[in-house]
Design a protein around this ligand. Structure first.
Ligand code: PAZ
Length: 341
């Protein structure tokens, strides 16, 4: 990186998973998160529930140690937050590992941009006989039925203790957390599912190459050379997850690349399903790519875009995640049924 602030000598432009974890520091609260996941998984095992780990939202790539600037991506976490609700409905417990401030199950219905909560409320002011004025708040009657429905589902899930939430911000946080949570979840073996919907950066700046202070302007253009983020899916399948059902996502903007890249990922990593989607129609169409006796098989899921207006998100509106989750639960059942364990 040519930027003021110094560039310590550090050679490595391709990281393996091992060299990444040997050289990049863990997030400070990792141990606390691990203990909370351990307890959550132990309870779900006792209560004989399957668990799905959902990753959701985008990762950042900080450019400075005292971070002022960072790279980010488009993901709002809709896929992950929506899918979490359908997995919970299907009887799975959910570890929801999401980008801080991205959408979350249930509260997503009231996101600040599509349905700001202040618009749900009305103020009523009264004067008493002594002349003192008081105010109270109620929910706008036309919004009440939807709110009751979402709130009661949210409360039930929390009362049952079947949703556990973890947050990440940077790609470094994400990788450390993913490895640790997968280790904990591996105790559940084939009854666990990994649903990797987060939009994870392919490139990052190793800590050893980062400028300590804010990159200064005044020397013309800025050149940053990033290293490749290690492809951890292989380690996840062969070491970390210990036999769980692994579903990865593949996002492309050129739809012709989806199938070949999904097949290449299955060949390389040996997991169960790649769900391919294209940026602009990802809310209406996805393809399941799986290994089969004939090589690979593809199953397209589609919904009518008119039944899913972009701003509407309550459960009675059709969401493609309902079909994605139903299909995965069916495939996980079949896979468990075919197990020799
Ligand atoms: O978060 P969102 O609903 O806006 O987008 C979902 C998605 C496109 C990030 C997800 O479906 C996906 O494809 N994740 C993997 C991206 C990738 O690394 O290829």
């Amino acid at each position: 990186m040519s930027a003021e602030g110094g560039t310590p000598a550090f050679e490595s432009s391709t990281f393996s998973a091992e060299s990444f974890f040997a050289t990049q520091p863990p997030p400070p609260d990792l141990e606390k998160s691990v203990v909370s996941v351990r307890e959550f998984v132990a309870r779900q095992i006792r209560e004989r529930r399957r668990v799905v780990l959902i990753t959701s939202g985008g990762t950042t790539v900080p450019l400075e140690l005292n971070v002022v600037r960072f790279l980010d991506n488009f993901s709002a976490g809709t896929r992950g937050a929506t899918s979490a609700e359908y997995f919970l409905d299907a009887g799975y417990a959910v570890i929801f590992m999401h980008r801080q401030f991205s959408l979350q199950p249930y509260s997503r219905h009231y996101s600040h941009s599509t349905n700001p909560f202040l618009d749900l409320l009305e103020i009523h002011s009264e004067s008493s006989s002594s002349g003192a004025r008081s105010s109270h708040i109620t929910v706008t009657p036309s919004k009440e039925a939807d709110l009751v429905e979402v709130l009661s589902r949210y409360k039930q899930v929390h009362a049952k203790g079947i949703l556990h939430t973890l947050t990440f911000v940077t790609v470094n946080d994400y990788l450390w957390l993913l490895r640790s949570v997968s280790h904990e979840l591996s105790r559940m073996g084939r009854r666990s599912m990994y649903y990797l919907a987060a939009a994870v950066s392919d490139f990052f700046l190793p800590r050893q190459k980062m400028s300590e202070h804010k990159i200064q302007s005044g020397k013309g253009s800025l050149h940053i050379e990033m290293d490749q983020v290690p492809k951890v899916l292989r380690s996840m399948v062969s070491e970390w997850s210990s036999g769980g059902f692994v579903v990865s996502f593949k996002l492309e903007t050129d739809s012709a690349l989806i199938i070949p890249k999904a097949r290449a990922a299955l060949e390389r990593y040996g997991h169960q399903v790649v769900i391919g989607n294209e940026l602009h129609n990802r809310k209406y169409q996805v393809v399941f790519v799986t290994p089969s006796e004939a090589g690979f098989s593809e199953t397209w899921l589609r919904i009518n875009p008119e039944t899913h207006p972009i701003t509407a998100s309550l459960h009675h509106v059709k969401e493609i995640e309902e079909d994605i989750v139903a299909e995965l639960v069916r495939r996980h059942d079949d896979w468990l049924g075919s197990s020799t364990e």
